[in-house]
Design a protein around this ligand. Structure first.
Ligand code: NAP
Ligand code: GDD
Length: 327
């Protein structure tokens, strides 16, 4: 039985990857940080099937001890301070976790067992002010936030440990991927959740930032398969994972409100609090290398993704208001 350690197991991708690996017959270990209240909401359904162990990307000892204890065959480093706006308010913390945290993981692997395969969660945010369209593995990076800059460091240190020490280390450059488990602060979930609440009469407006930004949105459930595929190849490498389609935030809103038979223009207000100091205007990925070498293709398109997220938010909000009414 293969053993995998997943950092960021409590996050969106961690939860889908853990399910995926369990289905493949893996012994799954998940690293989570200590919090005063438990935040296992995304993994409640699988907590009895996985080993949950405490550790923090800020703490070298905890990571090293954990890798020594688990002795994994594969490590998926998904933990990060992953919200772009927070990275301007907490740039140093973002750098410590999202950039240096990667070196801590790599150092721990190198000293405990350099044969462990390593996946680094890199991102299309590294392309930032994009130098070419579509973006591919060879497109130069131009990050536009402390988060993006931290991820560029994480990417290059992964490449560097592969080239310096011969580690089997891969960097997956994933474009935005969403799901009903997406955090409420990210744009897709903010839109689907608020629209669902408007439909149910619980909210009456949606305050937004830049509607012109364009993203290549895929489904998180599809993208975790690509992470695993990268570690099953003969040679470690870096891959862009994307749908190849781009849509504006405005189109996302139109799709979502349209699905609910609502006129979005009546509810959406522009609020400068949500406009970023530097924007990433256009992301669209060319995943042809992943198609060719990994045999990976996305299955869920944006329209279907929006439907899945809206339906889930309608259900969730109905349950929450039902519970409130009972109290
Ligand atoms: P997410 O939902 O924000 O999850 C982040 C995870 O990291 C959470 O489990 C969080 O734990 C954990 N974490 C944060 N700080 C930590 C620390 N100091 N030590 C240990 N764990 C820590 O993010 P996601 O959407 O699943 O994304 C997974 C990874 O892929 C991230 O690295 C992200 O930057 C990257 N990525 C995401 C996308 C996307 O579109 N989703 C695209 C490209 C790359 P808590 O639950 O305790 O906060
Ligand atoms: N969150 C948010 N809230 N975004 C808004 C809003 C708003 O009210 N209004 C407009 N936007 C725009 C942002 O300016 C950005 O251009 C776009 O919507 C997407 O924002 P997010 O969903 O917050 O995601 P992101 O693209 O900044 O970052 C996500 O994807 C990256 C991959 O490209 C995160 O998951 C990162 O961790 C990930 O690396």
């Amino acid at each position: 039985m293969k053993k995998a350690l997943v950092t960021g197991i409590t996050g969106q991708d961690g939860s889908y990857l853990a399910e995926f690996l369990l289905d493949k017959g893996y012994d799954v270990w998940g690293m989570h940080r200590r919090t005063s209240t438990m935040n296992f909401d995304r993994i409640t359904h699988i907590t009895d099937k996985i080993h949950l162990v405490q550790g923090d990307l800020l703490d070298q000892n905890s990571i090293q001890n954990l890798i020594r204890e688990a002795q994994p065959d594969e490590v998926y480093n998904l933990a990060a301070q992953s919200f772009v706006p927070t990275s301007w308010n907490q740039p140093l913390l973002t750098g410590e976790i999202t950039a240096l945290g990667v070196t801590r993981m790599l150092e721990a692997i190198r000293s405990v067992n350099p044969r462990i395969k390593f996946y680094q969660a890199s991102t299309s945010e590294m392309f930032g002010k994009a130098r070419e369209v579509p973006q591919r593995e060879t497109t130069p990076f131009y990050p536009r936030s402390p988060y993006g800059a931290s991820k560029v460091y994480g990417h290059w240190i992964t490449v560097n440990y592969r080239e310096s020490y011969g580690l089997f280390a891969c960097s997956g450059i994933l474009f935005n991927h969403e799901s009903p488990r997406r955090g409420l602060e990210f744009v897709t979930r903010k839109v689907t959740n608020t629209a669902a609440r408007i439909k149910l009469g619980i909210a009456n407006e949606l305050r937004m930032g830049n509607l012109d930004a364009k993203r290549d949105w895929g489904y998180a459930g599809d993208y975790v398969e690509a992470m695993w595929l990268m570690l099953q190849q003969n040679e470690p490498d870096d891959y862009v994972i994307a749908t190849g389609e781009t849509h504006s935030v405005r189109e996302l809103i139109e799709l979502t409100f349209g699905y609910l038979d609502l006129d979005w223009q009546k509810y959406v207000k522009i609020d400068t609090r949500y406009v970023r100091p530097a924007e990433v205007d256009l992301l669209v990925g060319d995943a042809s290398k992943a198609h060719r070498k990994l045999g990976w293709k996305p299955k869920v398109a944006l329209k279907e993704l929006v439907k899945m997220m809206v339906e889930s938010d309608l259900q969730l909000e109905k349950e929450l208001s039902g519970r409130k009414n009972k109290r």
